[in-house]
Structures are given as structure tokens and as C-alpha cells.
Design a protein around this ligand. Structure first.
Ligand code: NAD
Ligand code: UDP
Length: 317
């Protein structure tokens, strides 16, 4: 049994990760300032043996009493609407927050795990994206606050590895969706599902020919744990390599929800990547990991979550 600190553990991915760690018998200490997360995501974990929640901004000094075996650093706004609204906090948590989390891992002799992102590839010219691709990021565009913070986070993680011999893992997460996404999260899967369920027009940014590859949350968390447990430093891509245009996604959302919503085009955000698909060769060969949940199946499960959430909201409102 190990004791694992999860920064950002009250968020979408962090709460699923914390639950999976508890399920396999680990102790979990969540550090989260609830900037984009919510106690609702973890309230079912409070009664569980070995679970602790600390309300803390990890961009300020972090201290956790007692032994720590791993620090998993997930704290960061992740939805474009969040990081465009919170540019400085996003840069701080990617830089100062990562530095503090590395310092904690070093002081405790713990393994450090960084949640990086496919956004380090920017608007990629190499397709699909292997980990060897350096990316095409606009450092001064609005998305740069997130992309560059994560690129800095990868660089300082490897600096700690090289200079202090810290045991580190870096995952590059590709678009992940599933239950516990907020209805107002702003990412495309939650937006379209919620709009379809409510019978509102589906908002497609630009002409909808841009592509993404969507990974169901259970697959993603299994991949994160496989990397944590492995001997590989990374970075390693974890995502689903099925690739869809946003128009194809919208069609599937309409089918899955049985909705009669129309499609409404909105302006394409600045620097919106035109294509994205992970090259999963490393994940498959080094980790023996494979995504298993197809988009239709994952959308059905996520639609059920939003139906419950929207139904509950309607009842309580
Ligand atoms: P999320 O917004 O649901 O969760 C992020 C969590 O971090 C929230 O609970 C938030 O309150 C917390 N947080 C933010 N700043 C903090 C700070 N300074 N101190 C403490 N806590 C702080 O997002 P998510 O989708 O769960 O993403 C989790 C991580 O995975 C992020 O690092 C993100 O960059 C990475 N990631 C996610 C995706 C995805 O598709 N979900 C893709 C690539 C990378
Ligand atoms: N998008 C869209 N409609 C929405 C939200 C997003 O068409 O309501 C598009 C967005 O422009 C991008 C893709 O969907 O091309 C994925 O956006 P998301 O915010 O989910 O994640 P990103 O991969 O851009 O970080």
C-alpha cells in the first residue's frame, strides 16, 4: 500500500484517479483549491478509509505531513474556456505549482507524476502525433498560457530528473470525457451532449472539419495507472486514436441522445488545432495499454450522467 498525493483531485480526472487509487488500496491525499473542481466530485470518497482532502492552492508552498510515495500533479484549469478566463492562474499552477509539487516529491523521496497534454503539440503538422514531435505552439496566442505552462512543466520535471535523479513519469493526455464533467465545462463533448439533451442548437466552432480523438475516462485512468506503475519516464501519449471531425461528433451525439437539435456554427477560437490524434505505439508496446471504449459507447454513458445531473438540477431548482 502506498500514500499518494493527488493535486487537482477534486476535478474531473483527479476525482476518478483518486477513486481508482483508493479502490486498489492506496491512501490518497487530495490537494485542491476548487478553482475549476468541486467537492461534489469527491464527496462520496470522504467516508473511505485512507482518504484526505486539503483545500490548498498548490501554486503556493506545499507541505504534507507524513510519508508520501507518489505525487500526482493534475492541478490546472484544462478546458479552453477556463484557461482563457484564468490565464495567470493557469500559468502559475503549471510553473510554480509544478515546482512546488516537484519539491514535495523530492523532500519525500516520492515518485513524481505529471499530467501533461496533447496541447504541447499545438496545431500539429505531424499526424498522428508521436512523442518525438516537438509541436507547433504559438507562445503569445491566447492558448499559449496553457500550452506553454505545460511545456515548462515537462521541462522542469525532466530537469529534476536529471539534476536530482528524481523518479518521474510524464503522461500526455488527449481529449478525455466522461461522467463528472461539468455541464458548463465548455469542452465540446459536454457542450454538445448538454445542448442535445436540452433540445438546444449544437454549437460547432468553425466549419466543423477540425478533428479530435476522444478517450473515455475509465480508459484514460487505466493508462495513467499503467504509466505510474511502469519503469518508463515518458512522456507517453494516453488517449484514444479514433479520430472524428466535430461534425461527425455532433451527428453521433444526435443519434445517441435521440435529439432533434439543429447545428449552429460559431466562430473558430484563435489557434484552434485543425487536427489531433495520438500515436499510441509507446503506450501499446511499453505499457501494454489499449483504449477499449468506443466513442458511441462512451457518449451513451456520459449522456446518462448529464441526464441525471440535469434532472437533479431541475428538481432542486
Ligand atoms: P478540471 O478542471 O476538472 O480539474 C482540474 C483541478 O485542478 C480542479 O479540481 C481545480 O480546482 C484544480 N486546480 C486548479 N488550479 C489549482 C491550484 N492552483 N491549486 C490546487 N488545485 C488547483 O480538469 P481535468 O480535465 O480533470 O484535468 C486534470 C488535468 O489533466 C489537468 O492538469 C489537465 O491539464 C490535464 N489534461 C486533461 C485533459 C482532458 O481532456 N480532460 C486533456 C489533457 C490534459
Ligand atoms: N468546439 C465546438 N463546439 C463547442 C466546443 C468546442 O465545435 O461547443 C470545438 C473546438 O473549437 C475544438 C474542438 O471542438 O475544435 C475541441 O474543443 P475542446 O474545447 O473540447 O478541446 P480542445 O481540444 O480544443 O482543447
Amino acid at each position: 500500500m502506498a500514500r499518494i498525493v493527488v493535486t487537482g483531485g477534486a476535478g474531473f480526472l483527479g476525482s476518478h484517479l483518486s477513486e481508482a487509487l483508493l479502490d486498489r488500496g492506496e491512501e490518497v491525499v487530495v490537494l485542491d483549491n476548487l478553482l475549476t473542481g468541486s467537492v461534489t466530485n469527491i464527496e462520496h470518497l470522504f467516508g473511505r478509509h485512507g482518504f484526505t482532502f486539503v483545500h490548498h492552492d498548490v501554486s503556493t508552498y506545499i507541505w504534507v505531513p507524513g510519508p508520501v510515495d507518489a505525487v500526482m500533479h493534475l492541478a490546472s484549469p484544462a478546458s479552453p474556456i477556463d484557461y482563457l478566463e484564468l490565464p495567470i492562474q493557469t500559468m502559475k499552477v503549471g510553473s510554480l505549482g509544478t515546482h512546488n509539487a516537484l519539491g514535495l516529491a523530492r523532500a519525500k523521496g516520492a515518485r513524481f507524476f505529471l499530467a501533461s497534454t496533447s496541447e504541447v503539440y499545438g496545431d500539429p503538422e505531424v499526424h498522428p502525433q508521436p512523442e518525438t514531435y516537438w509541436g507547433r505552439v504559438n507562445p503569445i496566442g491566447p492558448r499559449g498560457v496553457y500550452d506553454e505552462a505545460k511545456r515548462f512543466a515537462e521541462a522542469i520535471t525532466l530537469a529534476y530528473h536529471r539534476e536530482h535523479d528524481l523518479d518521474v513519469r510524464i503522461v500526455r493526455i488527449f481529449n478525455t470525457y466522461g461522467p463528472r464533467m461539468r455541464a458548463q465545462d465548455g469542452r465540446v463533448v459536454s457542450n454538445l451532449l448538454v445542448q442535445a439533451i436540452k433540445g438546444e442548437p449544437l454549437t460547432i466552432y468553425g466549419d466543423g472539419t477540425q478533428t479530435r480523438s476522444f478517450c473515455y475516462v475509465d480508459d484514460e485512468i487505466r493508462g495513467l495507472l499503467a504509466l505510474l506503475d511502469s519503469d518508463h519516464t515518458g512522456p507517453i501519449n494516453i488517449g484514444n486514436d479514433g479520430e472524428f471531425t466535430m461534425l461527425e461528433l455532433a451527428e453521433l451525439v444526435l443519434e445517441v441522445t435521440g435529439s432533434g437539435s439543429t447545428i449552429e456554427h460559431r466562430p473558430l477560437p484563435v489557434d484552434d488545432p485543425t487536427q489531433r490524434r495520438p500515436d499510441l505505439t509507446l503506450a501499446r508496446t511499453l505499457l501494454g495499454w489499449e483504449p477499449t471504449v468506443g466513442l458511441r459507447d462512451g457518449l451513451e454513458r456520459t449522456a446518462a450522467h448529464f441526464r441525471r445531473q440535469l434532472g437533479d438540477d431541475a428538481t432542486s431548482g
